[in-house]
Each structure stands twice: as C-alpha cells, then as structure tokens.
Design a protein around this ligand. Sequence first.
Ligand code: 13P
Ligand code: SF4
Length: 303
Amino acid sequence: MKAREKEKLKDTINALKKKKGAIILAHSYQQEDIYDIADFVGDSYELSVKAMHCQESTIVFCGVKFMAETAKILSPEKTVLLPVEKAGCPMADMITLDQLKNFKAKYPGVPVVSYVNTNADVKTETDICCTSANAAKVVDSVQGDSVLFVPDKNLAGFIAQRTEKEIIPWDGFCEIHHRITPEMILKAKSKHPDAVVIGHPECRVEVSELFDYALSTGGMVKYAQENSNKKIILVTVDNMANRLRRENSSNNYITLGMVCQDMQMTDLNSVLNALEKGQHEVKLDHETIGKAKTAMERMVEIK
Ligand code: 13P
Ligand code: SF4
C-alpha cells in the first residue's frame, strides 16, 4: 500500500472509531501501522487494566485471541472485537480444559496459577492468573507451599528461581521465545560486548539467565524511557524494537529475527473491517465469564 493511501486509511479508521464510540487497544508486538491508530499500546497486564477501566462501549483489540477474551472477561458489558479471528497464541492452545482438570486431579488441593496466555475455559479452572509483569508476585500470594503453573514451563522455571514455593509446571512454551538459544545470545554479546541484554521471561531458563534484565514488554518500554544512548540486545519478538525506538530513539536496538506470525496478522484493513462490520465479536457465556473473571480480578488486585 502506498504511503498516502495508508495515511488516508488511518484517517478513516480514526474518524470511524470516534463515530462508533470505540477504543483501539494494541499489544506491543503489533505492527507499526497499528500503533498509529491505537489509543493505547501495552503489555498483557496494562491492556487488561485498560480494558477494565475504559469508558468506550466497544473495544477493538489488536492482538491475539486470549487477549481479546481477557478484555471481554474483565468488561463483559462491552463489545470486544478481534479484527483477525484466527490470530491466536499457539502457547495458549497447549493446554485444554480437560487437560487442566486431569492435571489438577493428580495434585488435589494444589492451587492453579495460569499465565494469562490461556484460553477462557482454562481460566475457569484457575485460582489466579498472572502475566509476565507480575508472575512471581502472584505465585507468592497464593496459599500453600506449591502451585500448579500452566501453560508456560519457561516462565515457570523463571519464577522458580524467584520464589520459595514448589512450582509444578505444565509442559507448554511459546514457540517463538523457546527457539532462542544461549548460543544466539552469546554470539550477539561477543559482537556487541558493550550492549545490555534485555529479554522476555518466556525464553528458556538457560537463556533468561543471560539477561541483564528480564522484563514484560511494558517493562521494556519503561527501561527504554529511563535509559538513553545504550546498545540493547533485545531478546524477544522483533516488532518490540519498533515500539522501543518510538520511546527512545537514542538507543541502538539489536534484534534476533524473531517473528510472531499471529501478532503480524492484524493490519489496517482488518481494523477497518472490524469497525465497519463489527467483526469478529468475542462471545463467551455468562458462566465462563463469571469464573474466569474471579481469577483475573484476583491478579489485578495484586498489582
Ligand atoms: P507481555 O505481557 O510481556 O506483553 O507478553 C505477552 C506475550 O505474549 C509475550 O509473548
Ligand atoms: Fe503467544 Fe509467543 Fe506470540 Fe506471545 S509471542 S502471542 S506467547 S506465540
């Protein structure tokens, strides 16, 4: 699409958004065009809070399915639209409701902490949710000496190094972050010995051990806002660098070539379609919302 056409499309979206009383929320991993039309860009935690408190009656959620579902759970009275229906998170699909029920049956009485990257039905069998921004804090808030942690075994390993509790992990992972190896970091570090390494805790533990700072995507933004003239090896999805450059262009961000295909699916045309045709509306039954909401609200209360 030509630059002029794109600008026109952005203007149309902005006008339509106002007319329809809608807000556009976008995750940090979205494409740059989406940042331009978004009212708010954030990490999973920040987006949940925004969805809960915003005044608009319609939320267009530029991200993946579990994020739009989370917005619906926290604000059931609002219409939540996911512009690309098939934009999902493969990690969230690594545990089903039945699998969680069987897992719980093996450990009676042990509370369940679910990473927010889970489908809505899994949240209904969850004691409390967490995001990458508050995972260890949430685990520590739970009663007892052990917790079942689903679905991300890497985040579970990361938390295990920061809590006294026993973490019993599910065997899930983010296919993108899991692909990153210690060798990749060591190679980048030898090429840029003066660089700071910041990365996401969805990486393998042997990778996150090489970080100077393990941060949620919102935490990375804060780091960029507070630090200038730095060389930063960014160990997460490459799109994150676009967001960080907007926050602080004095830093040099070095990326590793990681792409989340699902996050890439949303484009300006799909957002326009969402606003024009009301597609694709997130629909969850009352019972699911009720149970999942308790697990989400407990998390929001903690941080
Ligand atoms: P954040 O909550 O840190 O934005 O992470 C979400 C995610 O899906 C990372 O892969
Ligand atoms: Fe899911 Fe990984 Fe994409 Fe995040 S980066 S949305 S965890 S597949």
